[in-house]
Design a protein. Structure first.
Ligand SMILES: [Zn+2]
Length: 291
């Protein structure tokens, strides 16, 4: 507690001076014998001239009391609850500050804003986050757990290309099928330098995480949507025997991204016009900023 009027701070139990809580060494009996109660506030133990009002005898019984420096009382101002931050500075008490002190700290993640951004499609972003962390239950990871019988493990193969076990790097997007989907979708954005290897994609995400251009935001939506639908196709083939061709899947991705783009507010600059042309979005279907 940061003492102002001293009217809101309990002198015995609140943390307001270096010796707090004073109750730790002065018993309730001693408090009562001195004429105070357990509810006594800091203001009640300070005289107008600033000296402490507890009995002189207490200085012999509890010599540490000498160490409590005088407190400047400011009448009519409420005492304030404070929080000591990681550097030991007093801050206003807020859940943000408290969380900041308690939370685990890791190194800053460079790709974070490429996964999470305000225009993202949340379920695609959540999925992409799992991809980046390599947490999808791909066959290479399942094999390590030795799930199922030995025969089942040996039969495992990528349902998209039927070649070897699938893995994060295989599915996104080195698999022949996924690579074809990725190539078709990528033709609508400026990602020529990005190959179908996961390293290349995560490198792009690192480099472009903080770009605010419409192009870059659309690229991020494209990456997330592509991983999402390729994984959906993989599962659908594995569990439902439903198959879509690479062209059909690419169209699903492109349609999803186009729908998202149509919700954006566009200006009249030529760059944005280029985006609309590329995605075959008619001006009458979108919001154009009058400015
Ligand atoms: Zn494959």
């Amino acid at each position: 507690m940061s003492v102002r009027s001293g009217r809101q701070t309990n002198v015995w139990s609140d943390n307001w001076c270096t010796l707090s809580p004073i109750r730790a060494f002065i018993t309730p009996r001693a408090i009562a014998n001195a004429g105070f109660s357990l509810d006594t506030k800091v203001a009640d133990v300070i005289a107008d001239d600033g000296h402490w009002l507890w009995p002189q005898a207490w200085y012999d019984l509890f010599p540490v009391l000498i160490n409590i420096s005088p407190v400047q009382i400011t009448p009519d101002v409420n005492d304030r609850l404070c929080w000591k931050d990681l550097e030991g500075n007093l801050q206003g008490f807020s859940s943000w500050e408290v969380w900041n002190c308690l939370r685990n700290r890791c190194q800053r993640i460079t790709w974070a804003s490429s996964v999470w951004f305000s225009q993202c499609i949340p379920r695609h972003s959540f999925h992409l986050w799992l991809v980046v962390k390599n947490k999808l239950k791909t066959q290479d990871r399942m094999a390590v757990w030795e799930a199922g019988s030995e025969t089942n493990l040996r039969l495992m193969c990528c349902p998209l290309c039927n070649y070897d076990r699938d893995s994060r790097n295989h599915l996104f997007f080195q698999c022949v099928y996924a690579s074809e989907v990725w190539r078709k979708v990528k033709s609508l954005v400026d990602m020529d330098d990005v190959t179908d290897s996961w390293d290349s994609i995560i490198q792009w995400m690192d480099l472009n995480a903080h770009s605010r251009t419409a192009e870059s935001i659309i690229c991020r939506i494209v990456v997330a949507a592509s991983t999402y639908f390729v994984w959906q196709e993989r599962n659908s083939r594995l569990f439902n025997q439903n198959r879509r061709s690479a062209s059909v899947l690419a169209k699903v991705i492109i349609d999803t991204v186009r729908l998202k783009i149509m919700g954006f507010r566009f200006g009249r600059c030529p760059k944005q016009q280029k985006i609309l042309d590329r995605w075959l979005i008619s001006k009458k279907n979108i919001d154009i900023d009058p400015g």
